[in-house]
Design a protein around this ligand. Structure first.
Ligand code: UDP
Length: 194
């Protein structure tokens, strides 16, 4: 698809509806997909961390999370259609998982927050199969964590470790998976737990 370059980060020129439809088909086809919703902090961090910039460039889709990116793109005379908040995209994916009874893994946040978030997900999206969950305070290179996620055979993996850890974890481990949507979701579990 068409890309819009903002400070070296190539955003997808797309809408949330279009993205959700694309992701629906990708899951049905058992494709592996790495999604980044990047806010201005993420784009700025990538300017001073070339390794992180490479990780972002390896994502399948980069969406503008926040009006700052959409405004930046407009100023650069290469506008983006709309902002796509990570939290909203995650909720749309949870709705799909609910309808299709997909397996979802929740990785990250404090244990008490995570447990509350899972309880709320169970209540609001009873069709979702909770593949598993683990709090976000572990060593990034711990092979037991990725083994646990992989063993749960997830269709979607939401990683809430904050940036840049969440994208780093996805990029270091996604080669071990055959399928699944992988998405860094920042503080979204905290919102889900409320
Ligand atoms: N977090 C985590 N492990 C860490 C650091 C943070 O699981 O080592 C969690 C934290 O509890 C919170 C989320 O990651 O749930 C980060 O949220 P924040 O809003 O700071 O992230 P951002 O949206 O800035 O990426």
């Amino acid at each position: 698809s068409k890309k819009v370059d903002v400070l070296g980060i190539k955003f997808d020129h797309t809408t949330k509806t279009e993205t959700v439809n694309t992701l629906k088909s990708l899951i049905k086809e058992n494709k592996k997909t790495f999604i980044v919703t990047a806010n201005p902090e993420i784009v700025m961090h990538a300017q001073r961390d070339p390794q992180y910039k490479k990780i972002l460039q390896s994502a399948d889709y980069i969406m503008p999370d926040g009006i700052g990116i959409v405004m930046g793109a407009k100023l650069l005379k290469n506008p983006l259609p709309e902002r796509i908040p990570g939290f909203d995209l995650m909720k749309d994916l949870l709705n799909i998982a609910n309808k299709e009874h997909y397996r979802v893994f929740f990785l990250g946040a404090r244990e008490d927050v995570l447990n509350k978030a899972i309880a709320n997900v169970n209540h609001e999206y009873p069709g979702i199969q909770i593949a598993g969950c683990h709090h976000g305070f572990f060593n990034e290179n711990d092979p037991e964590i990725v083994d646990m996620v992989k063993g749960s055979n997830p269709d979607m993996v939401f990683v809430a470790l904050g940036f840049p850890r969440q994208e780093r974890w996805i990029s270091q481990n996604s080669h071990l998976f055959e399928k699944g949507i992988f998405m860094g979701v920042g503080g979204s579990f905290d919102v889900l737990s409320g």
